[in-house]
Design a binder for this molecule. Structure first.
Ligand code: FMN
Length: 458
């Protein structure tokens, strides 16, 4: 059974002793950012901030705070989470439309809309303002009507206006580009805040075609249909059990400076003129909780959100062409993008190179791709470094491909301010044993893993 909503997940965290409530006054201006960072570094609990200065609602942070919380969200273990995820991905379940929804228990429109009442934090002094970072944006392809969900950041401009950032390679960005090309002046979207965390993880699936209805994937991953309700002022459906829904209309006729913001790369993205979004309605549950998350220098909630979905969906796609791939690691330390390790048993000479080139061409857009044999644990940096140290002949096993479309926010990428012009060089390292040749024998003590050594358990 999936968690129905964020509240059920928080109850599970509380039961596990992994939730605290802070009742002293806390500021959304810079203080939440520090508190969250400290908690991430110390592998801390989910935190409910009950007493936020000058705000009308409490906030919750750390829902995606570490791997243990991600595993709890999927009711999985480290050993079966990828398999479970792929099983869900390959067995989508259609959403259900409901008439009455908790997320619409309170409806604010017109003059009652005031974004300043929401606990939207300014995380760091260098940020351009206060940011909604934990919102799931729902938008539809303006031609086909297929819905998409993804995380996108929103800067608080004034009481009913946001700035936003949608990269041209992400589906909300593509929907905006298409709408503009069709001559549309506006595009409706909804920002969903506070749901069953599996919906958040669904947003980060890679290697899925643009015509896939993401709600069906969320249903598959939950093992149960997502219940959706029609928005009050726009033609979109949103999760019935969300804490908050902000119904917006993106306005292509106006721009305002948006940014800077500390990004998942660990570097600031500079400010630039971007389109704005008008808020048409805010709906919420009774006694709602507003969700917040910090992004920036790894490892933050941004990276935990991406880690399992990127790995599982990339593994699922790659295995179709390279069936002997047994594991992939897309490292949080590399922003869950730039540094990819693949374990595979090559079936023919050069297959590891084929896998490197396929990974480079995937929409993960890595900069480093390392292929090792299945005896190497891809999640263990020491084992990968050992393979690179002794199994690699640099003049033979390293591929550098120049001028490849790269992670657009990587500050080392070329191309100036145009995200679509970004290029970088990428490197592949074939650290597998030479194909069909005898290699030195591994010097390890056989049977140590199974050896029963009770005195060692402290
Ligand atoms: C916390 C968080 C914030 C994000 N913010 C943005 C953003 O502001 N703009 C953007 O283009 N991508 C952002 N992303 C990345 C996209 O959400 C992600 O690539 C997603 O896969 C896009 O899915 P879609 O193409 O189905 O919309 C963010 C990711 C996370 C985890």
């Amino acid at each position: 059974m999936a968690y129905k909503d964020l509240r059920e997940f928080l109850a599970a965290c509380k039961e596990a002793g992994d939730l605290i409530e802070v009742n002293r006054p806390i500021s959304t201006d810079l203080e939440i950012g520090k508190a969250l960072k400290k908690s991430y570094v110390e592998n801390g609990p989910v935190i409910i901030f009950n007493n936020l200065i000058d705000k009308s609602f409490p906030a919750v942070g750390g829902v995606f705070g570490n791997r243990a919380k991600a595993l709890r969200a999927f009711k999985a273990t480290n050993d079966d989470v990828h398999e479970k995820f792929i099983q869900g991905l390959n067995n989508p379940i259609d959403p259900i439309i409901v008439e009455n929804a908790p997320c619409q228990e309170c409806v604010l429109t017109g003059d009652d809309i005031d974004l300043f009442r929401l606990p939207i934090p300014r995380f760091s002094p260098r940020d351009g303002g206060a940011y909604v970072t934990a919102g799931i944006t729902v938008s539809k392809d303006p031609e086909s009507g297929v819905p998409d969900i993804g995380h996108y950041r929103y800067q608080l401009h004034d009481k009913n206006t946001f700035g936003y950032f949608a990269q041209p390679f992400h589906r909300f960005g593509k929907n905006c580009i298409k709408a503009k090309a069709l001559g549309m002046k506006k595009l409706e979207a909804a920002i969903v805040i506070g749901t069953d965390p599996v919906l958040g993880y669904t947003c980060q699936i890679k290697q899925v075609a643009d015509d896939v209805n993401d709600w069906t994937l969320a249903g598959g991953l939950r093992g149960e249909a997502v219940e959706l309700v029609k928005c009050k002022t726009i033609d979109l459906e949103v999760p019935a059990y969300a804490e908050f829904i902000i119904e917006i209309e993106v306005d292509f006729t106006q721009t305002r400076p948006e940014g800077p913001l500390g990004e998942y790369t660990g570097y600031m993205t500079p400010a630039s003129d971007k389109n704005i979004a008008h808020v048409k309605a805010i709906t919420h549950r009774q006694d709602p909780l507003f969700q917040v998350l910090l992004t920036g220098k790894p490892i933050t909630e941004n990276h935990i959100l991406k880690n399992i979905p990127f790995e599982a969906s990339f593994l699922n796609a790659m295995k179709k062409e390279f069936p002997t791939i047994s594991a992939v690691s897309i490292r949080p330390s590399g922003g869950v993008q730039l540094y990819v390790v693949i374990a595979m048993k090559p079936r023919y000479a050069g297959e590891a190179r084929h896998a490197i080139l396929a990974a480079i061409s995937s929409n993960v857009r890595p900069k480093w791709v390392i292929v090792v044999d299945p005896d190497i644990n891809v999640y263990d940096a020491a084992e990968v470094e050992w393979a690179m140290s002794y199994r690699v002949v640099p003049g033979r096993d390293i591929v550098i491909v120049k001028d490849v479309p790269s992670a657009p926010l990587d500050p080392s990428s070329r191309g100036g301010e145009d995200l679509q012009a970004k290029l970088n060089d990428v490197i592949g390292i074939d650290a597998t044993l030479p194909f069909g040749e005898k290699f030195a024998e591994v010097a390890d003590v056989p049977g140590w893993k199974e050896y029963d050594f009770p005195e060692l358990k402290r």
